[in-house]
Design a protein around this ligand. Sequence first.
Ligand SMILES: [Zn+2]
Length: 254
Amino acid sequence: MKKVIKFLLRYIPRPILIRFSHLGTKVLPFFLHGDKVECPICDHHFSNFLPYGVHPRPNALCPKCLSLERHRLMWLYLNRKTDFFKREYRLLHVAPEQVFYKLFRNQKNLNYLTIDLESPLADIKMNLEEMTFDKEEFDVIFCNHVLEHVNNDAKALSEIYRVLRKGGFAILQSCIDYNREKTYEDPAITDPKDREREFWQKDHLRLYGMDYGSRLKSAGFEVEESHFIDEFTPEEIDRYKLTSEEIIFIGRKL
Ligand SMILES: [Zn+2]
């Protein structure tokens, strides 16, 4: 299974994976019958989750809803710490994660719009660095694991800030090396193999460090770095298979 996942992630374009992954979610749960791990998003339990990643890590991907560790933590955060599922919100979802797409779309309180350059889940094909929305159009913006892929992340962040209304918030997760003080960026590194070695993935343009929050601040956001994960017991972290060190970054426009 590890080899299959590695092959799919490395050689099959993401839009194609998105189109056909629902076939896997119909079949795979039957092979993972059990009650050792639990997905709080789809409320199903299994013997284990599937491995996932270019260098596959075990127990990561929910076979039913395709959630990863970070999605499960985010779901719990939204439910327990925000009024995201209760208030009327106009939501912009940049590069929509498949696991959230249907759930958000079906939420009656959310007026939901998605953008991406190539995803089949995008309502509008749009470049994050040059959005055509008016200022302050959205109450909430989701932009997760996108900024490490864009050419000019400062420009993208200033755009997110521009289209967010005053009092609104943005969830801005990225791939971060928590052991690195400063973000590592070198435009001369363009070869996919070099990028994978230096920035952890062949399509990453930089590797963020612990200065990530201050980069968000530079765009104008009031930044909250939530250590929500600390509220879980080791048993809960193990049952939901969460990542024990993940910080949730929330940018607010005051
Ligand atoms: Zn699930």
